[in-house]
Design a protein around this ligand. Structure first.
Ligand SMILES: [Zn+2]
Length: 131
């Protein structure tokens, strides 16, 4: 199955990033298999949100609990770089766990997709579908 995300969800990520500026926006990517069905904005609880992000742990727990109860899977995470490129920063690489989750990074008005793989971040290609 190809990796897919709708243009509406991509627009939503860019919109959330703009509203959070100059802070980093962050949240969860939900769906099933390789298809993202929902992007959820979460509170950035990091004490220095202009340059870092930490997804509200309560939101993470709730999403995992919902997934176990038959809800959408937690495919990965997204966050924005208010003043940087949509690529993993040194901080992002330091926080990577190699768990295979998808990371969407918003920067410079665009979204790029990565996998937190065992050997580091790898670029992913997502097919953007209409609507
Ligand atoms: Zn980052």
């Amino acid at each position: 199955m190809p990796r897919e995300v709708s243009s509406t969800l991509v627009d939503q990520l860019i919109d959330c990033a703009g509203k959070a500026h100059p802070r980093e926006a962050c949240g969860l990517l939900l769906g099933s298999n390789d298809v993202i069905g929902e992007v959820r904005a979460c509170d950035n609880v990091h004490p220095r949100p202009e340059t870092h992000f930490e997804i509200d742990p309560r939101a993470l727990i709730e999403a995992h609990r919902a997934a176990r109860a038959g809800g959408p899977e937690v495919i990965g995470y997204w966050h924005s770089h208010p003043a940087g490129r949509p690529e993993p920063s040194a901080t992002d690489r330091a926080h990577a766990t190699g768990d295979g989750k998808v990371w969407a990074i918003v920067g410079e008005g665009t979204v790029r997709w990565w996998r937190d793989g065992p050997g580091g971040f790898e670029p992913l290609s997502y097919r953007v579908t209409g609507g």
